[in-house]
Design a binder for this molecule. Structure first.
Ligand SMILES: [Zn+2]
Length: 452
């Protein structure tokens, strides 16, 4: 009995070893193909240099829709289509911020209105600045101290975390909620220290939200060095700010997400790989999230080119409107539900086109453990971190429907230096790092397609 058990264990071990060997050969084929022949880098150059930034509702975004559909066809997708999505239209327009001490002249400060913020309607709005370092400090301020003032929320991005997304999430409430908090106590507008890991003067935009029951005052952001200078000035004198801006919400519009798929040979259940096609209206949306778009298209191309032969349908989804509404992701989830489409897995790349270091897994323990059991296959590619808990916001609606979801985890050290800024340009992306991210997503999808 012992002998039979021993022999069958040995045979099982040999079969698993053979499997693993076959998989590691396939992993190598995938990465060699993408590193040698990947088109993602040139496609990112096209997207960023010929179309540029592409905020939802803009003409540039509509151009990027046609561009992405063509790239999916070029990649060999069996089917390409546009999915209707109603999206909010927010427009920035001209804007400026000046400050002055009682002794000095007006000085211009580099600034950006936060996305979704209302402006001053082209009029000057001015007042004395008061500074708080935290929301707790603000909560304690009586309304009469805030009334008619401009509130400077001077909360610093925590430089102590190795995983910078922790610092980003920690500081996010300052960007999202402070306009309504300011209005609640009668303040005129809010100035927010940017959610930035860079010690420079580049403001980082990003979306904010209004509490619908409170008047909508503007929210703007300034870079780290301007925030430091303002803090120093406020130590021993009164400082007045003057804002003039024209931004605001301009209703809704019909737009599109772009989808391409290669049909499964075994069944029609779906694996999604995606990113978001829209970007903020500054910089070029290269890391955020042109990278995720071209990486996802590359996955389809590689399956076709290597003739991997997928069991399940693999879909590359270029989601609309992630930045200021996530309407594309919501609509994709709704359509999947209405059409009773079975999704078995979804992964998003929306954390920059830097060297892949891991895959964050949002799913039940057994599925998580199965993916983690493949870690030895990923180690030669520098991918070791499977401990992250979150997956992308565009695939959150799929996750809520019970679909196991994941996100590519690139090295996070430089992302928040450039995120949502003028500096997020094609030149900041490394060809090899970008393509490696695509290789890792292709490898993971190959394993899931084969084993799930
Ligand atoms: Zn993004």
């Amino acid at each position: 009995m012992k002998k039979i058990l021993g022999t069958s264990l040995l045979l099982f071990g040999l079969a698993a070893f053979g499997q693993s060997k076959e998989d590691s050969i396939q992993f190598r084929k995938i990465s060699t193909e993408i590193l040698n022949n990947g088109k993602g880098y040139n496609e990112l150059r096209e997207l960023t240099k010929t179309i540029g930034h592409r905020l939802s509702g803009s003409e540039a975004y509509e151009k990027s829709v046609q561009w992405a559909a063509q790239k999916l066809r070029d990649a060999g997708a069996d089917k390409v289509w546009l999915q209707d999505v109603m999206i909010p239209v927010w427009v920035r327009g001209k804007e400026s911020l000046h400050i002055r001490t009682s002794a000095g002249n007006w000085k211009s400060i580099k600034m950006l209105s936060l996305g979704n913020s209302e402006g001053t309607g082209g009029k000057d709005v001015s007042g004395e600045i008061i500074m708080v370092k935290s929301l707790e400090e603000y909560d304690k301020l009586p309304a009469e101290k805030v009334k008619d003032k401009i509130v400077f929320f001077n909360y610093s991005f925590d430089q102590g975390n190795v995983q910078t997304f922790i610092s980003y999430r920690d500081a996010s409430p300052y960007r999202r909620t402070t306009a309504s908090l300011t209005a609640k106590k009668g303040g005129k507008f809010a100035i927010i220290r940017s959610l930035s890991s860079a010690l420079d003067d580049v403001p980082h935009t990003g979306s904010m939200r209004y509490d619908e029951n409170i008047s909508k005052v503007p929210a703007i952001t300034i870079g780290n060095t301007s925030a430091d200078e303002l803090e120093a000035l406020l130590k021993n004198q009164k400082v007045t700010a003057k804002l003039n801006s024209n931004c605001g919400m301009k209703g809704e519009k019909l737009s599109h997400s772009v989808i391409g798929e290669i049909t499964g040979k075994k069944d029609q259940s779906v694996i999604v790989v995606g990113g978001h096609l829209d970007s903020w209206d500054v910089g070029e949306g290269a890391h955020d999230d042109g990278a995720g778009i071209v990486q996802s298209i590359e996955v389809l191309r590689t399956f076709k080119k290597l003739g991997i032969g997928n069991n399940h349908t693999i879909r590359a989804v270029c989601f609309a409107n992630e930045e200021n509404g996530t309407k594309g992701g919501k609509q994709y989830g709704k359509v999947a539900k209405d059409n009773n489409e079975k999704h078995i897995f979804a992964i998003e790349s929306d954390a920059g086109g830097f060297s892949p270091r891991g895959i964050s897994l949002e799913m039940d323990e057994p599925q998580k453990n199965q993916i983690k059991s493949w870690v030895h296959l990923f180690l030669p590619y520098g991918v070791y971190n499977f401990e992250g808990k979150y997956s992308g916001s565009d695939i959150a609606p799929l996750h809520e429907m019970g679909v196991p979801t994941a996100e590519l985890v690139p090295d996070p050290q430089r992302y928040f230096d450039i995120h949502h800024t003028e500096e997020d340009t094609f030149e900041k992306v490394s060809r090899r790092e970008l393509l490696l991210g695509s290789a890792v997503m292709t490898q993971l999808i190959y394993m899931i397609d084969k084993n799930w």
